[in-house]
Design a protein around this ligand. Structure first.
Ligand code: GUN
Length: 281
């Protein structure tokens, strides 16, 4: 079974749109998300455009601030501080990566924890690992939603996560653990990786290498979640971290790239923006 993140996210966005439609009467306004894009990296431009489109669909007010590559760190931090202080702004997202002269961690730490719709702020990360109320990072949250919607039982299953980034690998492993899976976190250089991945009942791959996971690395019946967004070096087309055509016949459930995890990430960003808006009320 191929899980369509596109379909599931469309359904969830329609539900959110119905919810948001009642906000002007209930609360006097709709949620407001501000997205900051520094420079003109094509992938970032495309992500930011997707976020604006989803906002429009859901009825969330979206302001996208485009700043030149040459903006100073101090200037960017001042913009964020102004947005923190602005009561009409509920969510702030700075698209990553940033130019080298700007510290990503300083930027993330400057965004108010209450408006951190990405769930990247150290206080949100700490709250997640301490099982306190927090804003969940969008991609891991979207993955768990997809698994549940596909009827995948997580409890008691052996999960292997390849990737240990702050954005995906580590938090998705934590969320799987919270659902009572037994989780192993691996990376691209883990010794005997195929031996490990063949034991996985749920395999999440988030390393950003085209077709890194080959057919021989996956057992029959595995649930495969592909977080990679890469260019296939042969065809130039978008592809994931798993060799889809080799693994799809073996997997019980698999997410495609594009159209799998990506749309769910944006969908959860919309949900987080609504959550930040409602928490203030
Ligand atoms: N760049 C790639 N993915 C993301 C994301 O989820 N949030 C932000 N802010 N930047 C990104």
């Amino acid at each position: 079974m191929i899980i369509s993140g596109k379909e599931l996210s469309a359904q969830l966005k329609a539900e959110m749109a119905a919810q948001v439609a009642e906000f002007p009467e209930k609360y006097g306004r709709v949620p407001h998300l501000v997205v900051i894009l520094v420079g003109d990296n094509p992938a970032s431009v495309s992500y930011v455009t997707g976020k604006a489109k989803a906002s429009e669909l859901v009825g969330i007010r979206n302001t996208t601030l485009r700043k030149p590559e040459t903006i100073s760190e101090a200037e960017l931090l001042d913009i964020i501080r102004d947005l923190n202080a602005d009561d009409t702004v509920d969510g702030i997202l700075v698209q990553l990566p940033l130019p080298k002269h700007i510290s990503e961690s300083k930027v993330i730490e400057t965004i108010s924890k209450e408006k951190d719709v990405d769930g990247f702020h150290p206080l949100n990360v700490a709250a997640l690992w301490q099982k306190e109320e927090c804003i969940l990072p969008c991609t891991p949250k979207g993955i768990i939603k997809m698994l549940k919607a596909a009827g995948v039982e997580i409890k008691g299953r052996r999960a292997v996560v390849i990737g240990r980034s702050n954005i995906v690998g580590l938090p998705v492993a934590k969320l799987l653990l919270d659902e009572n899976a037994t989780v192993t976190i691996a990376h691209s250089r883990t010794e005997n990786l195929p031996e490990l991945t063949r034991q996985a009942e749920i395999l999440v791959v988030a390393i950003g290498r085209p077709k890194f996971v080959t057919g021989d690395m996956v057992s029959e019946g595995t649930v495969v979640i592909d977080v990679g967004v890469n260019r296939d070096p042969e065809t130039g087309k978008l592809c994931g971290d798993v060799d889809f055509s080799a693994i799809e016949p073996k997997a019980s459930v698999i997410t495609p790239v594009p159209g799998g995890v990506g749309p769910m990430t944006i969908c959860c960003l919309m949900e987080n923006t609504i959550e930040c808006f409602l928490r203030k009320r």
